[in-house]
Design a protein around this ligand. Structure first.
Ligand code: SF4
Length: 161
């Protein structure tokens, strides 16, 4: 997810908060990751937007449906956080204004990575990105997997089955 939808009466507040707001069709959106996500929580919780209050990731839906218990859900969240940190380390970058996928795609799109050659020589990065994508796909945000699959398409042939 790279943008979140604003209600019409929230646009002014988003702009006042210096969020990057854009219009797509008839919807106003603000860019994610959100600058107010600090220390793993919302730093403007009382002022957060309606979309934030109503959002349920796949994991929360599974938890509420009794498909996973709280311990299992927290363990998966910790696993995802560890993988993200490891990917940031392998990329040698951590920019709070960008998602791990933004940075991963930047890595893929650097001049010497256009053919995927650099990723072939970074199998650990590819493996961790793939694991993160699979966990994201299963538990959090199905769109992530499509984004990553598109990003690593040039490497498919080089991955042993
Ligand atoms: S919950 Fe808070 S940190 Fe998260 S997107 Fe909404 S305003 Fe930003």
């Amino acid at each position: 997810m790279t943008r979140a939808v604003l209600m019409p009466d929230e646009v002014e507040k988003a702009e006042r908060l210096n969020l990057s707001v854009c219009r797509q069709g008839k919807q106003d959106l603000f860019a994610l990751p959100c600058a107010y996500h600090v220390d793993k929580k919302c730093s403007i919780y009382e002022e957060r937007f309606k979309v934030c209050g109503g959002y349920q990731c796949e994991m929360l839906k599974r938890l509420l449906a009794g498909e996973v218990n709280l311990d299992q859900a927290l363990e998966i969240v910790r696993m995802v956080q560890r993988l993200e940190q490891e990917i940031y380390q392998l990329l040698g970058k951590h920019d709070a204004s960008k998602s791990v996928w933004d940075l991963f795609n930047e890595f893929l799109n650097t001049e010497h990575n256009t053919s995927g050659e650099a990723l072939k020589s970074h199998p650990e990065l590819l493996l961790k990105a793939r694991m993160l994508s699979l966990l994201g796909n299963k538990y959090f945000e199905p769109k992530l997997d499509a984004e990553l699959n598109a990003a690593v398409q040039p490497l498919r042939a080089s991955i042993p089955s």
